[in-house]
Design a protein around this ligand. Structure first.
Ligand SMILES: Cc1cc2nc3c(=O)[nH]c(=O)nc-3n(C[C@H](O)[C@H](O)[C@H](O)COP(=O)(O)OP(=O)(O)OC[C@H]3O[C@@H](n4cnc5c(N)ncnc54)[C@H](O)[C@@H]3O)c2cc1C
Length: 491
């Protein structure tokens, strides 16, 4: 049989998912990846006995991963072991007070009641509504390709869209239920993953609270890269060819069709190309002016999710008072948020996140040592220098030392930083963004960069800059959605 050939550019979650789904639909698939390992922003590296996940660290929405593997007669447990974290994470406040967030609903309700009378019951009501949004949002809306408004034309779905608070902000929604500043902050925290402030994020995304508090925070033993390895294995089982160290330098077309793709290792031909590399890079660097989807002006107007200043640190001692996931909300977020979203510049006193995977997993650090991943969300498009990176490292290390009551600086046996320039060099990231486009109302569904090229019949896009948006589960879904569209158009 003459199978249709598909080329997928990039081996992030979206590219891997698209490749797997296309191979399953009978396409002969090759992935071209510029880096020397697969996984994109979720790569992993090992140094001095420490194994660091480079990007995502929160495993949320386990049902999305399970149903992904189920599509191919597999299960998550065929590939990796999942551990549910309890407490899910902790929040650290000014003065060093820590609030662990229990995984069990009864304990969580008690915590809410201890801060605000009746808040436990209100949490239950809040999550009941969030469960409905999750059901409709994650099981129906995110699988829409966003090619036409008609997709949302069914009366039931329109009704759902209104019922799902698409036009109300998350900030307002949360305040209808809770008043205590700690509860408000806790309920608003998950939308920060979506790249915009709660006041600019539709309340539809309280589905993230359902993911957080009802479905739980999980960890794949060995690290988040286990998911990438699982996808790599599944892809190989389905006959996908993966070519690392293959950087696409141009997408060459004639008329309305791509004729071939040029890489640093030669040319490749295919019936259809799916671009899983950063959309902006593909649009502005790999296509010519007449075939790109959007103008520079369009791109300049996009609201990007933040970038991140990251540190991968190996310590030769155990850390006191820290859990697997720790949110250092020990300073006022308003000025930091202002410097991320409204007046982009380096923040004076940033909030930060610390992940200590060695608290759960003995395989990621040598015995008696600790594996520490630090993340400061910062505006995209900033200039990062070694001096700036060093300044922020000292600043947050001091705050950790104060909180833990330990000296840490002289116990660092490995340290690496990663910021804007690395995002650009490693992933061709637009303005050094970490999580793609922010999920604001104006950048939702059909208002996102389209998954199909307008000029070339055989070019599609997938990944965190198109539908449905940023995050590991949405990127996996993005690959499914694009594969469905390709199969529809090419069968
Ligand atoms: C620091 C950080 C923390 C995060 N935390 C979480 C989290 O806790 N939970 C969560 O769910 N999500 C998290 N995310 C978001 C999540 O990791 C991303 O949304 C997701 O990995 C994006 O996948 P992607 O396939 O769209 O893009 P990418 O992973 O960027 O994949 C694109 C691929 O294309 C390749 N490429 C680029 N240009 C070319 C070219 N010219 N030729 C060939 N290949 C090319 C790149 O090398 C890359 O491998 C985090 C992201 C970051 C950066």
């Amino acid at each position: 049989m003459n199978r249709k050939k598909a080329l997928v550019i990039g081996s992030g979650f979206a590219g891997l998912s698209a490749a797997i789904n296309l191979a399953d639909k009978g396409f002969s698939v090759t992935i071209l990846e510029k880096n020397n390992s697969i996984g994109g922003r979720a790569r992993q590296f090992t140094e001095s006995g420490f194994t660091f996940d480079m990007g995502p660290s929160w495993y949320w929405m386990p049902d999305v991963f399970e149903s992904f593997f189920n599509r191919f007669g597999k299960s998550v447990s065929d590939y990796y072991e999942l551990i549910r974290l309890d407490p899910s994470y902790q929040v650290i406040y000014e003065g060093g007070q820590a609030m662990p967030i229990p995984a069990k609903m009864d304990a969580l309700k008690k915590l809410f009641d201890s801060l605000e009378e009746g808040a436990g019951d209100r949490l239950e009501a809040f999550l009941r509504q969030a469960a409905y949004k999750y059901e409709v949002g994650i099981n129906q809306l995110v699988y829409k390709p966003g090619r036409s408004l008609k997709e949302f034309a069914s009366l039931k779905l329109l009704f759902d869209v209104v019922r799902m608070d698409v036009f109300q902000s998350m900030a307002r929604h949360v305040r209808k239920y809770f008043k205590h500043p700690k509860l408000v902050q806790l309920m608003e925290f998950p939308v920060l993953f979506l790249g915009a402030l709660p006041q600019n994020t539709p309340a539809l995304y309280s589905l993230m609270n359902y993911a957080d508090m009802a479905l739980g925070t999980w960890y794949p033993k060995g690290g988040m890269y286990k998911i990438v390895e699982a996808l790599g294995s599944l892809a190989s089982e389905l006959g996908v060819e993966i070519k690392t160290d293959h950087e696409v330098t141009s997408i060459v077309s004639h008329g309305q069709k791509i004729t071939h793709v040029e890489t640093n290792k030669g040319n490749f031909q295919a019936d259809v190309v799916i671009a899983g590399a950063d959309y902006h890079h593909v649009d502005t660097q790999l296509l010519n002016d007449s075939t790109r989807n959007y103008s520079d002006k369009y791109w300049d107007k996009r609201v990007l999710a933040p970038s991140s200043l990251l540190y991968y640190v190996g310590l030769d001692k155990k850390l006191e008072g820290l859990l697997h996931h720790n949110l250092f909300f020990d300073t006022d977020f308003a000025p930091h948020a202002h410097h991320i979203y409204t007046n982009p510049q380096w923040p004076e006193k940033p909030l930060f996140y610390a992940s200590v995977t060695s608290k759960t997993d003995e395989t990621v650090a040598p015995e008696g040592c600790e594996n520490l991943f630090l993340l400061i969300p910062v505006a995209p498009g900033l200039q990062d220098t070694d001096t700036i990176r060093e300044h922020y490292f000292e600043l947050i290390l001091k705050r950790m030392e104060d909180y833990c009551g330990q000296t840490l600086a002289e116990h660092i046996v490995y340290k690496r930083s990663f910021a804007h320039t690395d995002f650009v060099n490693d992933y061709h990231s637009f303005k050094g963004n970490a999580y793609g486009l922010a999920n604001t109302l104006r950048q939702t569904a059909i208002l996102k960069p389209a998954l199909k090229n307008k000029h070339l019949k055989n070019l599609y896009y997938t990944g965190q800059l198109t539908v449905p948006g940023p995050g590991v589960p949405p990127s996996l879904i993005s690959g499914i959605v694009v594969a469905n569209e390709v199969a529809k158009d090419f069968s």
